[in-house]
Design a binder for this molecule. Sequence first.
Ligand code: ZN
Ligand code: ZN
Ligand code: ZN
Length: 372
Amino acid sequence: MQYEVDDEELIRRWHQVRQRTEKADANGILLGGGADLKYLTGYDAMPLERITALVGRFSSGDALPTLIVPELEEARVRRRPSVYSVHTWDDTADSASVIAAALPQRGAVLVSDDLWALHLLGLQRSSPGLELRSLSDSVGGLRLIKSPEERAALAAAGSLADQVASQLQHGQIPLLGRTEAEIAEDIAERLIAVGHETVEFVIIASGPNAASPHHHPGSRTVRTGEIVLCDFGGRLNGYCSDTTRCVHTGPAPADVREAYEVLAAAQEAAVQAAQPGRLLADVDLAARRVISAAGYGDNFIHRTGHGIGAEVHEHPYVTQLNTDPVQVGHAFSVEPGIYIPGRWGMRLEDIVVIENGGARRCNNSARELVEV
Ligand code: ZN
Ligand code: ZN
Ligand code: ZN
């Protein structure tokens, strides 16, 4: 499936951003590169000390945003005159003044999270009269609601990750006697072999290392009789996959099997709670309640999930504190975990997209603790 954003879709997105910005009582918007800029323009800017920015000025009635690019990168920018105008600046210009000139001269300007401090502070110095506010605090994440095409892109990426997960579960990826780092390299190659364009990350955590949720795969060798936690993802057509599966080398002891059943029940409860109109906090609590009831409450040491799309971690975050409603078009991970320091850890992660009827999983490899 090839997913290309056309001008019409970009114009629709810009229109929405403009409405949301005006509703937040701001006259302008400033995006300093990153995934938001790409979402609105299709242009993947290099993150550099020479700023690339997208500027919207609403008070003056400008319909189109201005894409401000360093002159030496102009050749990389596609001309889309119905979506944005292009303004270049060269190395003799002061970029802060160039940006300031394109912004409204008074009122509030919403600034994206990924505008570098270097550029933000430069702008504050050159335009002390501007009221700069956080875009994500004022209107939330721009990429929060995924279109049906974006949801399909996430599902396609997810099914590629599932192919690697099922290779793992079928014992096709050698584990015993290999180091975590070797297994991680093997999985990275497989993520590409099944069709991802890039590998975003691979976490392999074995035995006691699995008790550290973001463990960096290292020199520990996998032995018989332990959990191997594998969390990995790549990118297809600009959209990310992210799934976690645990396997057990040899037969799992009863306490591990029982804990895993709790984990799987918690994950299922959270997926069931992910209904439009309920709260994101309810999704987190649905998982947390099951794990706490089984006595592992203190061992579930992170939020239940994170949004995913053009970035592996983005809005919305599935935490106890997020009282925003679950909405059709949300895409997020559901990934409860149980971690016993010094002994073992386990996590089960699927990406879900929210449709009218509830959550649809983008990951569908086996959810059991498979013994390999
Ligand atoms: Zn993570
Ligand atoms: Zn993950
Ligand atoms: Zn994740």
